[in-house]
Design a protein around this ligand. Sequence first.
Ligand code: C5P
Length: 277
Amino acid sequence: MMIEPARAKLNLALHIRGKREDGYHELETLFAFVEFGDKISVDVAEEDRLAITGPYAEALTGLEGDNLVCRARDLFRERFGIDDKVAITLAKHLPVASGIGGGSADAAATLRAMARQFGIATDHPELMRCAETLGSDVPACLFGRTAIGRGRGEKLEAVDDVAGIPALLVNPGVAVSTPAVFARWSGEASDGLAPGRAIQSAMASRNDLQPPAIALQSVIGDVIKLLDRQQGARLVRMSGSGATCFALFARADECHRAAANVRAAQPGWWCSETALA
Ligand code: C5P
């Protein structure tokens, strides 16, 4: 059996450079990952099965056919000419449709686990082509390292390591539609990300999807305000198209205190105290 972590991705910054003919947006975004996430396990079996466990299993139940995990499994077998059946377990710890790439991370972890199960190198170039087919964030999740993403997000350039920085992730429990947020973007194209090392660049940049997401779900603005008030929060921002927001701290005890404050103020919100990976 092969077990692979499916770490949550953050967009430490996201600049929209323009709208493309194909309907997608040209991006320059800084991807990072946190220790916390879902988990995928793959094993050969008599027939195909997908079991979903964990706190967010229910949100996906009944949608197995549409699940990005199944699409990753099927695409992998098609591209590598493999017929074997597999049993997959997805431990779903990340909120669904929340801007931290849960589905994309699951798909990337499935590709990696399938590759290991069937003796294919995890850096095989065809795996990256599978990832591009599955979604804009899947290549970054397969790459799995802090990187600048350009194009739809699939053209990746590794940047300096940011591992260990304490991070607090907060989601107010509203699902946000990515196409709806992009559709609300002002249309004013941004320049590229600010120059410098990853964290400095992120601090001097923004997430262009944050204002349109707040316009659709004002509670995201409340999350930002609550995180901004936490002592030691160095960078507070929404990730992706939301609604999850994050705060980065210099020290783990500051992150811990902020997590306690958020849980006390908003017991119904999802809150994960973790670190950049
Ligand atoms: O590639 P993916 O299927 O994950 O994209 C979901 C949606 O997000 C697209 O249909 C599009 O509306 C929007 N999107 C975009 N520009 C990108 C990435 C995603 O407009 N670079």
